[in-house]
Design a protein around this ligand. Structure first.
Ligand SMILES: NC(=O)c1ccc[n+]([C@@H]2O[C@H](COP(=O)([O-])OP(=O)(O)OC[C@H]3O[C@@H](n4cnc5c(N)ncnc54)[C@H](OP(=O)(O)O)[C@@H]3O)[C@@H](O)[C@H]2O)c1
Length: 232
């Protein structure tokens, strides 16, 4: 991996991914809304920016050119299919053979085998319709975006984040194939480590064409699972 593109680079997750990518010695391109370029002042000269909306295919085509990895922050803002159009642009325009890593939340399910807590189900059942009613977000757009990715024959990974918190790194998160796995019970990850998992996924074949649901390796549920004796 030599050169990566970060789509949505000016957000909190994007900025952490930028720093992790630079720490690994990658050359970095980034796409963010023009009004957000100023948020990246501290990295001036270390990143090549392509200001524009992340669903603008012309911008994405220029930004991903020559990149062997693309990290995309999928966000459900607005009701115009922003997330879906962003995912389609990356899937269609990234270099052949590029590793494509996308972020989303636990609410995305690939095979319907995830088991959700009552709290998360209630949250989705209330937040989803309210957000759409007031036209500021459309969670089903993020669901459709991930559907496109899961159906693609590109080299993708969809990283599903737990509830997030700020703070110093606790190391590379652990993961499970399905929400409901006891290892995920604590439902918390430092945002800096979500970003670390995303960047690490670029070169980790274990998560190729998978949708890992992640949790901090220092969360009680992860610690309890690692302390269990290995069967056999
Ligand atoms: N927040 C959580 O608790 C949580 C939990 C699990 C998973 N996740 C996932 O983590 C990822 C990052 O989420 P985050 O909450 O940490 O946010 P974030 O990294 O701050 O990212 C927000 C992104 O949305 C963009 N954005 C904000 N308002 C917008 C608008 N009106 N139109 C278009 N773009 C807009 C931001 O761009 P600008 O810099 O231009 O504003 C930024 O790129 C997402 O994929 C999310 O699904 C989040």
């Amino acid at each position: 991996m030599k050169k990566v593109c970060i789509i949505g680079i000016s957000g909190k997750l994007g900025q952490y991914m930028l720093q992790h990518a630079l720490d690994r010695g990658y050359e970095v391109n980034g796409v963010c809304r023009p009004e957000s370029v100023g948020k990246l002042g501290k990295w001036k000269g270390k990143v090549t920016l392509f200001p524009g909306r992340t669903d603008d295919r012309e911008v994405i085509a220029r930004a991903v050119k020559g990149c062997d990895g693309v990290l995309t922050v999928l966000v459900p803002w607005g009701v115009q299919g922003y997330s879906t159009k962003t995912a389609e642009a990356v899937l269609d325009l990234a270099e052949p053979g590029a590793r494509l890593v996308f972020s989303c939340g636990w609410h995305i399910t690939r095979d319907g085998k995830d088991r959700y807590s009552l709290k998360l189900r209630l949250l989705l059942a209330t937040f989803g319709p309210i957000a759409r009613l007031f036209r500021f977000a459309d969670i089903s757009d993020q669901v459709r975006a991930c559907g496109r990715i899961f159906a693609s024959d590109r080299d993708w990974t969809v990283v599903r984040g737990s509830d997030l918190e700020e703070g110093p790194s606790e190391g590379l998160p652990v993961w499970a194939e399905h929400v409901g796995d006891p290892i995920l019970e604590s439902n918390r990850t430092r945002r800096i480590d979500f970003a670390l998992f995303m960047v690490n996924a670029l070169t980790d074949d274990e998560v190729l064409r998978k949708s890992p649901a992640i949790v901090s390796r220092q969360a009680p549920s992860a610690q309890a699972e690692s302390a269990k004796p290995v069967a056999g």
